[in-house]
Design a protein around this ligand. Structure first.
Ligand SMILES: [Zn+2]
Length: 284
């Protein structure tokens, strides 16, 4: 069943677990994630990044999720991840995304507030939830390039930001990074506690992949209600490539579902690990 961030995150905050947000790129990817979430009774957020929605891709990605959502009874959020362009947000909403992230983390604070507020007004009028980012979670961009240093979220800015923008979820920067880590991160859990103390809005952690599990557990304990995962799913899928090669070696004209099966299995297994980590099993 398709729903918005508002249907799943406040409940997660109350019950001290997080909803896993998986970036997805196509049908078997979505299916691996949705199948395991349904089996484990876990709510899920399927996120898509703007580069994966260009041209007809937007039709495919929304068509897949909106088409199959009725075959699942768990809550499924179709979420736009890291949109910096209002036009992309409008197009995504038009095509049926139920939640959007406006990422103004690269903007000066007043400008981030101004645009995020505009996005909120536009999205809320259409029943769509909004996530924004305060501070900057750095790491690698989609091509693996270093995004430079991050900027931790200043707890003193949170109350004003949330009040003025009326966002439904807030991504905070407390020491994680996007992509694969070069050195072991240390999360600033004290900062998270300070942020929690000043806002009731559900908090989001980007760059969940590769973050030490004990620290992620503490962050969820400390109030994170949406955990973003992408790199770990890519690593899991790519690690299955050798198995796929073996399948094709045995029979050159092997059936497509058998060729894709190792990828599907690897994605399922990795997704299940994340559901355990976010404590989102058996919630529905
Ligand atoms: Zn992110």
């Amino acid at each position: 069943m398709l729903c918005t961030l508002n249907d799943v995150l406040p409940r997660a905050r109350k019950l001290h677990y997080a909803v896993t947000a998986f970036d997805f790129v196509g049908d078997f990817y979505a299916r691996a994630i949705l199948d395991v979430c349904e089996e484990k009774r876990a709510p899920v957020i399927l996120s898509a990044l703007p580069p994966d929605l260009e041209g007809r891709s937007l039709y495919y990605m929304t068509g897949i999720v909106r088409g199959v959502a009725k075959a699942y009874s768990i809550p499924i959020v179709l979420h736009l991840d890291h949109a910096e362009d209002f036009a992309v947000i409008k197009r995504a909403i038009e095509h049926g995304f139920t939640s959007v992230m406006f990422d103004g983390s690269h903007l000066p604070l007043t400008e981030n507030i101004r645009v995020t507020r505009e996005v909120s007004i536009y999205a809320h009028a259409r029943g769509v939830a909004v996530e924004a980012e305060l501070g900057f979670v750095a790491g690698n961009d989609m091509d693996g390039n270093d995004q430079g240093s991050g900027r931790l979220t200043d707890p003193k800015e949170v109350e004003e930001f949330v009040a003025k923008t009326e966002v439904d979820a807030l991504a905070v920067s407390i020491g994680t990074a996007h992509g694969v880590y070069r050195s072991r991160p240390v999360l600033d859990l004290g900062r998270l506690a300070e942020i929690m103390a000043v806002t009731a809005v559900p908090l989001v952690l980007h760059g969940g992949s590769g973050t030490p599990e004990d620290q992620l557990g503490q962050a969820i304990e400390g109030g994170i209600t949406k955990l973003n995962i992408y790199a770990d799913m890519r690593l899991a899928m790519n690690s299955a490539a050798a198995k796929v090669a073996t399948v094709v070696e045995k029979r050159q004209d092997e059936l497509p579902d058998r060729v894709l099966a190792p990828f599907y299995q690897a994605l399922r297994e990795e997704a299940e690990k994340k559901l355990v980590l976010t404590r989102s099993l058996n919630r529905y």
